[in-house]
Design a protein around this ligand. Structure first.
Ligand code: GDP
Length: 197
């Protein structure tokens, strides 16, 4: 899929105020610093569409972008930032879970995890919430350029193996590097295929 147009629509703290749910929508989420903004910019071919924030955990907004007038890409606030206060965390949780559970046009969520790390508690908790609510998600491994090719394969296998302790099946997964623009075609193809359903 070739992206011709990608533009910012709105930032919201309440899912009710998000754009009318009239197009298929795909959300991107992960621990802060996982490489989410870089990935969004890489897949949309826009250097500064999603802001790479210098203060992780600061921006707690649901950001909508419209792609080729045909689907929404949603940048959700990151989680797992240690220094965040309990009330900020609760605010994040309410805003994000309300959105994920009630947004009627949300087709699938892409959960980003750093390929160099094992299954983290915050990722596990998030993915368990998704499963419990029967919300479909795919896994996106980020920063693959930081590992050698054989290490990438090993890391993916180990991560998916860990997931099988909690799930019967592992989700679909994508290996990406925003630095090298790896995984872009595969991600866009998946979204294109969903859009045809
Ligand atoms: P976010 O907080 O999840 O939006 O993460 P950012 O996109 O702001 O990235 C966090 C840090 O990781 C920044 O220093 C990026 O330059 C770096 N980063 C993001 N993606 C990649 C990648 O694919 N490869 C490498 N080597 N670094 C990356």
């Amino acid at each position: 899929m070739i992206i011709k147009e990608a533009s910012f629509v709105s930032s919201n703290t309440e899912f009710e105020k998000c754009p009318p749910p009239d197009l298929p929508e795909y959300a991107f989420i992960g621990r802060s610093n996982v490489g989410k903004s870089s990935l969004i910019n890489m897949i949309t071919n826009r250097e500064k569409l999603a802001k790479t924030s210098s203060t992780p955990g600061k921006t707690q907004l649901i950001n909508h972008f419209i792609i080729d007038k045909s689907w929404y890409l949603v940048d959700l606030p990151g989680y797992g930032y240690a220094k965040i206060s309990k009330s900020e965390r609760e605010k994040w949780q309410k805003m994000t879970f309300d959105y994920l559970q009630q947004r009627t046009n949300l087709v699938c969520t892409f959960v980003l995890v750093d390929l160099r790390h094992s299954l983290q508690k915050s990722d596990l908790e998030f993915m368990e919430m998704m499963s419990e609510n029967e919300l479909p998600f795919n896994l996106v491994f980020t920063k693959a350029d930081k590992l050698k090719k054989n290490e990438v394969e090993r890391a993916v296998k180990a991560y998916l193996g860990e997931m099988l302790q909690f799930w019967e099946d592992a989700p679909a997964s994508f290996v990406t590097s925003s630095e090298r623009r790896d995984g872009r075609d595969e991600l866009l193809k998946a979204i294109h295929d969903y859009n045809q359903l």
